[in-house]
Design a protein around this ligand. Structure first.
Ligand code: SF4
Length: 475
């Protein structure tokens, strides 16, 4: 079987991320690995021929991109192609050409926009064969056969991919109870490119997912619509050992929330320590999972950084968005992480519909007071599939029948204008990062010269993308 995973180039070499559950432009000088593709690569046999063309990571221009596409076997069995809401109309142009070249191959797409029925319909008009809505339990032989069956006008419908635009299995059945899957080893070696994420201590890294989807349902987040699917501990241990054998030094756990289910993952951490796997790790983590034992085990296993969603100083009002975080637990987590030497990045959301300007500044000031090492300020947006978008449609800010309108995440859903929010966000970054306390914490937690240079690169990228906008125009 011959298969290619394709990510199109991004306009002006920007760093767009295109995944099943989210799509955005990165805020500093990094680009996540294509995590869905990594998981999907585990469903192929050893002698199956896989390739990866990533026009964004390799910063390909159109000529270079199509040169690589034209090198593929014209009878390739499957092409996977990822699109994002941030780049939909550009991505579609590449996809149309690829469909023209590979008339006999099954082409499957994935992307956050397919949470919306209009985009599912749009893609099937282009004679695309299936939409991947989860990267697990893929029978790749059956996927490869879709095109042939379709041409013979035989039944080609499968339940592990979408072939009918009317239905999205996750939206029909919002089941939040975790499912466990057995999994083989992904082809980590295939995904060695210029990928990065800001918290690495070495560039020699790869990505592992212990739980895909999310057990929580925060209404502003599209990942909360995805059914949580967990790997078994033994499979994760085998994967980590394999990664070590391949020579990688660090792992980014790509889970939306690492540590679910808690007791099972505590056993995983004990096994990592017991077997002395000796890799470095960072992950996303939910404050409600915290207890001293799990964080101590994480530290002993090799975790150096966690990313947590604090989202707002006003935790009580986050319940409006189905997000429940206990203030005492959060404070204990921050103090304990500081005590045992785990760095913390906190995500904040500004411009939530209930917030006043004062609320937003309270959040920014709170970010400066607490013991964290990094802060990420995000503007609340009506992402495709989110309840914010549904509300924006109801209030007439977005027209649902218009695809380009759906892609307009640059619509303020706040009492403040988008311009004002962008300006506040820039000031928040300056107020948070340009402080001696932050320089001191970052220097204190440096692990190596390589880590130092990675941090400098990320800081430079963040300055370029976040500081030199409205701030200097206005000052
Ligand atoms: S916990 Fe995080 S990933 Fe999960 S639904 Fe909430 S914001 Fe989304």
């Amino acid at each position: 079987m011959i298969t290619s995973f394709i990510i199109p180039p991004s306009r002006n070499k920007r760093k767009f991320i295109r995944l099943i559950d989210c799509s955005h432009e990165t805020k500093a000088d990094y680009l996540w690995q294509p995590n869905d593709y990594i998981i999907m690569s585990s469903y192929f046999k050893e002698d199956d021929e896989l390739s990866l063309i990533d026009g964004t990571a390799d910063e390909l221009d159109d000529k270079e991109f199509y040169k690589k596409i034209n090198h593929l076997n014209v009878n390739i069995d499957i092409i996977f192609f990822s699109l994002g809401s941030v780049s939909y109309y550009d991505d579609i142009k590449y996809l149309k050409k690829i469909r023209d070249i590979f008339q006999n191959s099954t082409i499957c797409v994935l992307g956050d926009i397919f949470l919306e029925e209009n985009f599912r319909k749009d893609i099937f008009y282009l004679d695309i064969d299936a939409i991947i809505y989860k990267p697990y339990n893929l029978d790749v032989e059956k996927i490869a056969n879709i095109r042939k069956l379709k041409k013979q006008k035989k039944n080609y419908h499968l339940d592990f991919v979408i072939t009918d635009p009317k239905e999205h299995p996750f939206l029909k059945d919002r089941n939040k109870k975790v499912s466990f899957v057995k999994s083989n080893l992904p082809r980590h070696d295939l995904f060695r490119k210029n990928y990065a994420w800001p918290f690495l201590t070495t560039k020699n890294f790869t990505t592992v997912t212990t739980m895909w989807g999310c057990t929580y349902s925060c209404s502003y987040c599209t990942s909360g619509l995805m059914h949580p699917i967990c790997k078994e501990n033994d499979d994760i241990i085998n994967e980590l050992k394999y990664i070590k054998k391949l020579g990688f030094k660090e792992v980014q756990f790509f889970d939306k929330v690492f540590g679910v289910p808690k007791n099972i993952r505590k056993d995983l951490l004990k096994q990592i320590i017991h077997e002395n796997i000796n890799l470095k790790y960072s992950c996303y983590f939910h404050p409600s999972i915290f207890d001293n034992e799990i964080l101590t085990l994480m530290k002993d296993a090799g975790f150096h950084t966690i990313v947590i969603g604090i989202d707002s100083k006003d935790l009580k009002n986050l319940a409006l968005y189905n997000r429940k975080v206990n203030e005492n637990v959060l404070n204990e987590l921050l103090n304990f992480a500081d005590k045992i030497g785990i760095s913390v990045c906190a995500d904040f959301i500004i411009g939530l519909p209930h917030e006043s300007k004062e609320d937003i500044y309270n959040t920014i000031n709170y970010a400066k007071e607490i013991k964290i090492d990094f802060a990420s300020f995000n503007i609340a947006a009506p992402l495709p599939g989110s309840t914010f978008r549904e509300n924006a449609i109801r209030s007439g800010k977005i027209k649902s029948e218009n695809l380009s309108d759906t892609l307009k995440t640059s619509v303020s859903i706040s009492k403040l204008s988008l311009e004002e929010l962008n300006s506040i966000r820039e000031r928040a970054n300056i107020a948070f990062y340009l402080r001696w306390k932050i320089f001191y914490r970052r220097i204190k937690n440096l692990k190596s010269f390589e880590h130092f240079f990675i941090q400098i690169g990320q800081f430079r990228g963040m300055i370029a993308k976040n500081f030199f906008g409205n701030f200097f125009k206005k000052n």
